[in-house]
Design a protein around this ligand. Structure first.
Ligand code: ZN
Length: 342
C-alpha cells in the first residue's frame, strides 16, 4: 500500500510517499481503508522527535482517521465491511482499572495512532474494534477526520479539568488552531461567553463566525483587552495550549479564583509563574492530556444534534503531506488541515 513515512526525525523534508506492506489484523481488529487523515500539532512533534519517546522507524504518522471498514477479524461484531467509520485516536489495554472505569487516557499502555503505533497517513490502518465508531450524521470523510482528537481534547479540558459551568466566561487562546476552534464551539454550546484570541484580523473574523462573542489579537498585552471586555474582572477559565508565548498574558487574564487549563505548549515549555500571584488570587493551573472515550462519544452526540461542526482549513491529497505539515508549522491555517485519499 501507499503511505507517508519517515525513517529519520527532522523537518517536513523527511516525509516520503512510499510503498509499505499492508497491515495484518488479529481476531479483534478491523482493517480500515483510510479516506481521510487530519493533522495535529502532535504530528509535528512526532516527526521532529519527542524527548524521551522512542518511535519505531520507519514510521507512519497520523492520529485522526476516517475511512471504510475493509476487513474485520473473526471476533469483531460492532462493525461490518463497508461501514463508514472514524477511529477514536487513543489506544489502551481495555482491562486495567483506568480502562474499565472509563478513564482510558490514564491507562499505562495509552498511546495514540501515529505515535508509537502506525497511524492513518496510509491507504490502510489496523485498529482494535473498540476504537472503530460509525461516522455520525452526514459528515464527509474529511469532516469526520477533523473531529476526534481536538474535540475530545477540548471537551476534557473544559469539563473534566476546568469544570466549566454555564454563564461563565472563557478565554480561548488561538482560535485558528484545531483545538481552539473546537473549544469555542463546545464552550458556546455549554452556555459560556467566549472571548477568543487569534494572530490576524481575518482569523478574528472567523473566530466570531464560529460563535466567539469577542475576539482579540494575541500579540502583546491581550490580558488588558480581556479585562476591559469583562468589566475589569478577567475570565473564569483560560483555555491554553500555546505555552511560552502567551503564558503570562493568559495568567493575567484570569479573575480571582479562575482556572487555567492547558493541553500543550506549541511555542515552548519554559514559563514562569509568580507563586504569590497564584495563591493570593486563588488561581488553579490544570494540566490536561487527550480525553476519555466517553467524551468523544459525547462530542459526537452534539455533532448529530448540529450543535458542533468540523472546521476544515484545507484538504490536500496524502502525497502532499510535507506541504500540509509546513502549513501547520507556519500557523497559516484556520481549523484542520486534512489529507485525503479519494
Ligand atoms: Zn488499560
Amino acid at each position: 500500500m501507499k503511505a507517508v513515512i519517515f525513517s529519520e526525525h527532522g523537518g517536513p523534508e523527511v516525509l516520503r510517499y512510499a510503498d509499505v506492506p499492508e497491515p495484518a489484523i488479529g481476531a479483534r481488529d478491523v482493517l480500515v481503508r483510510v479516506r481521510a487523515c487530519a493533522l495535529n500539532h502532535l504530528d509535528l512533534w512526532v516527526r521532529r522527535g519527542l524527548p524521551g519517546r522512542n518511535i519505531p522507524l520507519p514510521h507512519i504518522p497520523g492520529s485522526d482517521i476516517s475511512g471504510e471498514v475493509a476487513r474485520i477479524g473473526a471476533e469483531v461484531t460492532n462493525v461490518r465491511v463497508g461501514d463508514r467509520v472514524l477511529l477514536a485516536p487513543g489506544l489502551s489495554c481495555g482491562q486495567c482499572e483506568a480502562c474499565v472505569s472509563g478513564r482510558d487516557s490514564f491507562c499505562k499502555d495509552y498511546v495514540l495512532f501515529g505515535t508509537s503505533v502506525p497511524g492513518g497517513c496510509a491507504e490502510f490502518v489496523r485498529s482494535p474494534s473498540v476504537n472503530v465508531i460509525p461516522i455520525p450524521g452526514n459528515l464527509t470523510f474529511e469532516e469526520a477526520a477533523a473531529v476526534p482528537l481536538v474535540f475530545q481534547t477540548a471537551w476534557h479540558m473544559l469539563f473534566d479539568r476546568a469544570r466549566l459551568r454555564p454563564a461563565e466566561e472563557v478565554l480561548v487562546i488561538a482560535a485558528g488552531s484545531g483545538v481552539g476552534s473546537a473549544a469555542i464551539q463546545i464552550a458556546k454550546a455549554a452556555g459560556a461567553r467566549v472571548i477568543a484570541t487569534a494572530g490576524s484580523e481575518p482569523k478574528l473574523a472567523k473566530a466570531r463566525a464560529l460563535g466567539a462573542d469577542e475576539a482579540v489579537l494575541h500579540g502583546g498585552d491581550f490580558a488588558r483587552e480581556v479585562k476591559r471586555l469583562t468589566g475589569g474582572r478577567g475570565v473564569d477559565v483560560v483555555f491554553e495550549h500555546v505555552g511560552q508565548a502567551t503564558w503570562d498574558q493568559s495568567i493575567f487574564s484570569l479573575k480571582p479564583g479562575g482556572r487555567l487549563v492547558t493541553c500543550g505548549a506549541t511555542t515552548g515549555f519554559d514559563a514562569k509563574i509568580n507563586i504569590n500571584y497564584l495563591f493570593v488570587r486563588q488561581l488553579s493551573v490544570l494540566g490536561s492530556f487527550m480525553g476519555f472515550k466517553s467524551e468523544l462519544f459525547a462530542a459526537l452526540e452534539l455533532f448529530k444534534r448540529g450543535l458542533l461542526k468540523p472546521v476544515i482549513d484545507c484538504v490536500m491529497p496524502l502525497e502532499r503531506a510535507a506541504e500540509a505539515h509546513k502549513r501547520l508549522e507556519n500557523r497559516e491555517q484556520f481549523g484542520k488541515v486534512v489529507l485525503s485519499i479519494p
